[in-house]
Write a protein that binds this ligand. Structure first.
Ligand code: G16
Length: 559
């Protein structure tokens, strides 16, 4: 079919989804996000975007409807590339232009021009496949229809509705379909349960605290964990805030973002849980933090993404050491192990990781940036302090590992090096290779704790976090803040960084940065210092500086 035949179909559909007035959407940290009630045109256009991406790559792509940690009234949309990762960043400017095109004719011109520039087989008889997933938000149903219409407006594009999923499940499915491996939801569940079982079987016979209480954020993650529980053995999991009627609202007073930022006990947790090993997922199941409810007040001892990263790094390093010290495996230098963090990583965690001899790389906020850095290592571990992360294994390393394990199974079966090889292979099957995944992350944490024979308390005591504070500053235009050096320095407005530096220098162990959020209409402020009072005061001063430079536009809240 020629472009000319394609145009009327597209135009006809576009007219059904007028752009809301006075709003500009940007493909931020994790796709487009806003109030669910004004997102129909954005989601419709994201459907077109996904179809073009599939045509361009000749592979299946994903479209996920979620606003993750945001309140229930918000929603959002993001595209998963054929490898299961986030949509390639070079397409983001086009994505922005497409969703903001003022009228159907502009939109059509944009599409025609982009198709030409990118040499996309548009209207040329090729087919495009897009897997659709959504979380449990009420606006999801209507937005799903908008996404389907957007996809249908591109001739040859097919939408395949996968139903309600966690974000990482959809990314996993896209990756597996394109690799030609099993990709259904039950395959996902079986894979996780099987790899977890294998890892536990390969662990020394330690007695461990197997009871785990999980806060499901009243979202899809809790629901899926309940499902997974049915086929899991060796873990005693109790899921709260599963989203069932009467249990509360999505992300309200619960969820990984709440627990991490507020360092507070989520709703439905109480005195009975004091001292217990607890975990919290976020609204779409891609973040995970652990915590121990404390005896006094509403507080928790937070075991955040940095601690999860540290636990995984210790374990992977130990397995590599067993394997590499064994004769026959290519020299140690041949295996590169690196960790990736953001500026939010607690300074104590970075110092600890460096002391272990690990290479630590700093990336801007957003898994799309961390993932890219982690993929440069044979084994790359990335985590944001907020609990979003995973472990990536390069194909080259995996085939090397498989060959070595096969060899050891005949020459040194049952040896520690043989078991290490098997453990690493199993970790690569358990942990989501496409994107951070709270469910697979949780199972790996449990398997490593079992291996180490550690309680959550022992794990938490690996190092002590420096006191920190996160705040949100509501300003007229958050995009007036431009940062550099992995968001550690403000470049615009001029003069702001110098004053932040001056303020920071007043506090022992002080560190502070500000950056525009990519998921909420705020500027985020992070401060760290030797005492909680000092961290609070530094964060407050930075908020005032942001106000002074950007204009106060509302009440400030905790992060
Ligand atoms: C998303 C991103 C994360 C990021 C978070 C907050 O998480 O996937 O990488 O850390 O937003 O981003 P920002 O500070 O720019 O608002 P989620 O779980 O909300 O999808």
């Amino acid at each position: 079919m020629t472009h000319e035949k394609q145009h009327p179909i597209l135009l006809d559909y576009v007219r059904q989804y007028p752009l809301p007035h006075g709003v500009r959407f940007t493909y931020g940290t994790a796709g487009f996000r806003s109030e669910g009630s004004i997102l129909a045109s954005t989601v419709f256009r994201a459907g077109i975007l996904a179809a073009l991406r599939s045509l361009k790559t000749g592979s299946t792509v994903g479209l996920m409807l979620t606003a993750s940690h945001n309140p229930i009234s918000d929603n959002g949309v993001k595209i998963a590339d054929p490898d299961g990762g986030m949509m390639i960043q070079q397409w983001e400017p086009f994505a922005d232009a497409l969703v903001n095109a003022p009228d159907p004719e502009h939109l059509l011109q944009l599409v025609i021009q982009f198709v030409k520039e990118e040499n996309i087989p548009f209207g040329g008889g090729q087919s495009a496949n897009i897997l659709l997933g959504r979380d449990t938000r009420p606006s999801g149903d209507a937005l799903l229809e908008a996404a389907k219409q957007g996809i249908n407006s591109v001739v040859g594009a097919f939408a395949i509705d996968m139903g309600i999923l966690t974000t990482p499940q959809l990314h996993w499915m896209v990756r597996n379909i394109n690799k030609g491996t099993r990709s259904s939801e039950s395959d996902y569940m079986e894979q996780l349960a099987k790899s977890f079982r294998c890892l536990v079987d390969l662990a020394p016979d330690n007695t461990m605290e197997s009871k785990l209480v999980v806060d499901g954020a009243n979202g899809v993650g809790g629901e899926k964990l309940q499902q997974l529980k049915k086929i899991l053995s060796g873990l005693d999991i109790c899921v709260r805030n599963t989203g069932k009627e009467g249990e509360g609202l999505l992300n309200e007073g619960c969820g990984a973002d709440y627990v991490q930022k507020e360092k507070a006990i989520p709703s439905s947790f109480g005195l009975d849980d004091v001292g217990m090993k607890c975990a919290s997922l976020d609204g779409d199941g891609d973040r995970l933090v652990y915590f121990i409810p404390s005896a006094s007040s509403n507080n928790v001892d937070l075991v955040d993404g940095d601690k999860i990263l540290t636990l995984f790094a210790l374990f992977i390093k130990e397995q590599l050491d067993f394997l590499c010290n064994e004769q026959g495996f290519d020299n140690k230098e041949a295996v590169s192990l690196g960790v990736v963090q953001t500026a939010y990583a607690n300074g104590a965690s970075t110092a600890y990781l460096k002391k272990l001899g690990l290479e630590v790389v700093l990336a801007p906020t957003g898994v799309k940036y961390l993932h890219k850095e982690a993929a440069t290592f044979d084994v790359g571990i990335y985590f944001e302090a907020n609990g979003h992360g995973t472990i990536l294994f390069s194909e080259k390393f995996l085939s090397h590992l498989q060959a070595r394990s096969d060899e050891l199974s005949s020459t040194a079966s049952g040896s520690e090096s043989h078991k290490s090889g098997l453990r690493l292979l199993e970790v690569s099957r358990l942990i989501n290779q496409a994107v951070g995944d709270a469910l697979s992350g949780l199972l790996l944490v449990e398997a490593v704790l079992q291996y180490k024979g550690w309680s959550i308390k022992a794990w938490n005591e690996l190092y002590q976090d420096l006191p920190s504070r996160q705040l949100k500053a509501k300003v007229a235009d958050r995009n007036a803040v431009v940062t550099a050096n992995a968001e550690t320095k403000v470049v615009k407005p001029p003069g702001l960084q110098e004053l932040i530096d001056e303020e920071t220098a007043k506090y022992p162990c002080g560190r502070c940065f500000v950056r525009p959020s990519g998921t909420e209409d705020v500027v985020r402020v992070y401060a760290e210092a030797s005492t909680q009072e000092a961290a609070d005061s530094l964060a407050q001063s930075a908020v005032q500086l942001v106000d002074r430079f950007l204009g106060f536009a509302g009440s400030h809240q905790k992060a």
